[in-house]
Design a protein around this ligand. Sequence first.
Ligand code: ATR
Length: 268
Amino acid sequence: MDRYAVVGNPISHSKSPLIHGMFAEQTGQRLAYERLEAPLDGFAETTRDFLQDGLGVNVTVPFKEQAWALVDERSAAAERAGAVNTIARRADGTLYGDNTDGKGLVRDISVNAGLALAGLRILLVGAGGAARGVIQPLLAAQPAQLCVVNRTVSKAEELATLFGDQGPISAAGMEWIEEPVDLIINATSASLGGKLPGINPSLIRPGHTWCYDMMYASEPTAFNRWAAEQGAAHCIDGLGMLVEQAAEAFLLWRGVRPDTAPVLKALR
Ligand code: ATR
C-alpha cells in the first residue's frame, strides 16, 4: 500500500491522518497515512528513512524550515516561504518540496468563506514562519494593500522587503496602524498561549471587518473572541486552512483534488 505520513514534534494531536483518511475514502485511493514523531535533532534522518519506502510526507511544527533544506527541488511558493510543508518522493528518488499553507489559507477565505480578496486592505499580524508562508499567495490574490505588523517591527520590515516585488506590501509596528481594514489575519503564535497579539481595536470596523485566526481549537481562540467583542463581521479559525492545505498536498501526491466541504463538516 502507498504510504504517507505527517512528521512533527509533538505529533499525537495531529488531525492529518484523519483528514487524509477521509480524502482517500472519498476519492477511492488506496493509501496508508500515519503520524511520525521525529526527535528534535533527528528530522532529516527520520524523514529520509520513511521516504525510502513512503511516497510523501507532510511536515509540521517545528520542522518546516528543516524540510526546506532537506528537499532537492522546491516549488516557487516554498522557495519564497523558506518553509516546506509537503514533500513528494519522485520515481528517481529525489525529493520535491511544496508549501501549501498559503494556498490553503487563500482558498479557505475566498472559496469556503466567500470573501474575494482582490482590492481589500489586509492586515497580517505576525512575521514568523507562519506569516512568511502565506504572503506570496495573499499578494497573488491582488489585495489593494497587505500590511504586515509585528511585535518586533524589524521582522515585519524584512518580510516587506523580501516580498516587495510580489505586490503592495508594507510593514509597521503593532500599535502604529489605527485605520480600519477589511480583513485581519492573525499569524502570531500568541493564540497558542491564549494571548492576544496586541493590535489596536480601532482596526476593526464593526459589522465590516473580517477576522481570521490561523490557529484553531475546539473553543473560539482568544483572538477570535476579542475580534467578536470588537464587532468583527465574521470570525474564522484555521481549521478550514488545515483541511485546504491537506487537499493541496493530496492533489500533489495523487493527482486528484478531494472535495473538502464534507471533510470540514465532519471535523466540525
Ligand atoms: P510561527 O512559525 O508559528 O510563525 P515563529 O516563527 O516563532 O512561529 O513566530 C511567532 C510569531 O508570533 C512572531 O511574529 C512573534 O512576534 P515576535 O517576532 O515579535 O517574537 C509572534 N508572537 C508570539 N507571541 C506573541 C505575543 N504574545 N504577542 C504578540 N506577538 C507574538
